[in-house]
Design a protein around this ligand. Structure first.
Ligand code: CAO
Length: 602
């Protein structure tokens, strides 16, 4: 199917308008009415959509170009059987695809708009402005400017309230037809004393949308100016020629239109009530989130569609840094902003946090290169995952760490005595196997230690099984494989399983379910060093035992100092479940089990 031209529709009294954003690329598949480019004049921002769905084969404009009505902006190869655009339009438009060459898609409907009036309006000589200028304090009508071949266009957003102070050119309302979305700005700085329209109303050129108590002189162009120019019927410049170029019947229509317009302005027009269309439902209710600063939002530099998109997502445009030309906020900027906000709330900051905990400030984005040479190294995948987990647990759980020691002189003597023999059986007998056994005994002795809080934090789930996770230092980051049914296994078997599963963790060969279902965790830094640390509890567990490097220390036995092998213990717990006294009893219990292996057998 041959590509069809997509032209700039009748854009009212704008001529040579700048393309500030090209929203598509060649090769893109576009949907009917999808915006292709954004135009911005000193009067309004508006998007030009495609009239047909299909593949965009050629872009005829780029950012910075200027265009006028009828200019071809793109070529679109219609989808097979594409005629829905015309189906949706009036019967007159039924064959708009074929007629696109002469811009009839616009013209057919423009017949109703009588926009040659506005062409004349735009021709108003500069000195007319002086007459129209409102002196400070004077109340003026803000009217819908010449909006081209749009008539009875829906107000999809009212951006200001009565009593608001507005700046010249600040957008007051957003209009949306099936052809484009555009904003109507205030032509003068001042105070909005009355709003004449609300969301869902429909308006046409010349309709009064607000009363403005002017703060000073009016801007060079706008509805008033056009209106006055309409009345003077001045003409003769490009714009008028353009209007002349348009079909004759438009002029006829304009005659019909004029009284209609006058009627409206003279008779306190009651805007037609019309429900906000479903596609813009969110905008219809304004979605004015408390976190959005409306004033800042409205003043932000963004196209109507981006504004609408941000509203839809509840993103405060006023907080978003625009990456477009002249700091214009693009849809990508809104997306990036929302993504970051979600990451902060879901990934770490407040996800699962108790009510009222709130978020945490974002990681500051600092340019460290200003202080010296730097290199950016991306975190390994596992480190990224565990970083989120520890952050969440750190925020979720009120941690306390109880420190204690265990005299493992006998335990180590026993282990060393059996180490070689165990090695012959293929077992690497390390202190950790004994600690697993002592922890299992503690889980049995203290049911709350082997529990989890229910989601409503009102009950404890006591577990009758005994699975313990072990922190394993791997090249990719920290992993927590789980040893199952530790209470039912002997020290040899535990040592064998520990060696096997920690080896697979280091090789990155753990399966997902081998890291699930733990009741408690042990983090041993004994083979590395240190005297104490504060491990982070892995929610929904309620405790974790940290083990540091043992050392020979002089211990007073009542008559003399005796060299004993002392193991430092650091027990972190969830203070919502375990209180300090119980924590001290738990560490004391574990210490006792490790100090006298015989008690482990009981
Ligand atoms: N004090 C002194 N020496 C200790 C010790 C302790 N508490 N615990 C273990 N050792 C010794 C072992 O006895 C072994 O020496 P021998 O071969 O002479 O017996 C040596 O240290 C190395 O042991 P290992 O590390 O191979 O085995 P392990 O069972 O002690 O630990 C594992 C296994 C997987 C826990 C360990 O390799 C590991 O990855 N530890 C790091 C865990 C970690 O990063 N924790 C921090 C997480 S953040 O909270």
């Amino acid at each position: 199917m041959a590509a069809q031209e997509i032209k700039v529709p009748d854009i009212g009294d704008f001529d040579s308008v700048e393309v500030i954003e090209v929203l598509v690329s060649e090769g893109d598949t576009v949907e009917e009415e999808q915006a292709l480019i954004t135009l911005e004049s000193d009067k309004a921002t508006l998007e030009v959509p495609t009239t047909i769905a299909g593949k965009l084969t050629e872009l005829k404009v780029k950012e910075g170009d200027t265009v006028s009505e009828g200019d071809v902006i793109a070529m679109v190869e219609a989808d097979a059987g594409e005629d829905s655009a015309s189906d949706d339009d009036s019967d007159d438009d039924a064959d708009e695809g074929e007629e696109s060459d002469d811009g009839s898609e616009s013209d057919d409907e423009a017949d109703e708009s009588g926009d040659d009036e506005s062409a004349a309006a735009d021709d108003a000589p500069e000195e007319d402005d002086a007459e129209d200028d409102a002196a400070g304090g004077e109340t003026i009508e803000v009217k819908v400017p010449d909006i081209g071949d749009f008539d009875s266009v829906e107000v999809i957003e009212v951006l200001v309230s009565e009593g608001d102070e507005v700046e010249a050119e600040q957008a007051l309302i957003t209009l949306e037809s099936d052809k484009a979305t555009l904003e109507v700005p205030s032509e003068s700085a001042g105070k909005i004393t009355e709003l004449k329209v609300k969301e869902g109303d429909t308006v046409s050129e010349g309709d009064v949308i607000a009363m403005l108590e002017s703060a000073g002189s009016k801007k060079s162009s706008g509805g008033d100016k056009k209106q006055s120019a309409d009345q003077k019927k001045s003409g003769g410049d490009d714009r008028a020629q353009k209007a002349d170029k348009k079909s004759d019947n438009k002029a006829d229509e304009s005659k019909d239109k004029k009284p209609k317009k006058d009627d409206k302005s003279s008779s306190e027009k009651q805007p037609k009530k019309k429900s906000v269309k479903s596609g813009s439902g969110e905008e219809g209710d304004s979605s004015k989130l408390k976190s959005v600063d409306e004033d800042r939002f409205n003043k932000a530099h963004a196209s109507p569609s981006v504004r609408k998109y941000a509203r839809h997502l509840g993103a405060d445009l006023g907080r978003i840094q625009g990456s477009g030309r002249k700091g214009r906020i693009l849809e990508d900027d809104v997306q990036a902003y929302v993504k970051k906000a979600l990451e902060q709330s879901q990934g770490g900051a407040s996800a699962g946090a108790p009510a009222g905990a709130g978020g945490v400030p974002a990681q500051p984005d600092i340019d460290f290169s200003q202080f010296g040479e730097v290199e950016i190294v991306e975190l390994a995948r596992i480190r990224k995952i565990s970083a989120k987990a520890v952050h969440k647990n750190w925020l979720l759980i009120p941690h306390v760490t109880q420190f204690d020691t265990a005299d493992i002189t006998e335990m180590e003597a026993f282990r060393k005595a059996n180490k070689e023999k165990a090695a012959k059986d293929g077992v690497k007998l390390t202190p950790l196997a004994f600690m697993l056994k002592a922890a299992a005994a503690a889980l049995r002795e203290f049911p709350d230690l082997n529990s989890s809080l229910t989601a409503d934090s009102a009950s404890l789930v006591h577990k009758k099984y005994c699975n313990i996770a072990i922190a394993v230092d791997t090249p990719g980051g920290l992993m927590m494989p789980v040893l199952k049914d530790v209470d039912q296994k002997g020290i040899y078997q535990l040592a064998r399983e520990l060696d096997e599963i920690s080896g697979r963790a280091r090789d990155g060969k753990l399966k997902g379910d081998e890291m699930k279902g733990a009741c408690f965790s042990i983090s041993s830094l004994g083979g590395v060093g240190g005297t104490a640390f504060t491990p982070i509890v892995n929610s929904p567990e309620v405790g974790i035992l940290g083990v540091s490097k043992h050392s020979m220390q002089p211990v007073w036995n009542g008559t003399e100092f005796e060299p004993r092998l002392i193991l430092p213990l650091s027990f972190s717990y969830d203070h919502r479940v375990i209180d300090g006294a119980k924590a001290a009893r738990i560490t004391g219990f574990i210490s006792e089990k490790l100090s006298d292996l015989r008690t482990l057998l009981l």
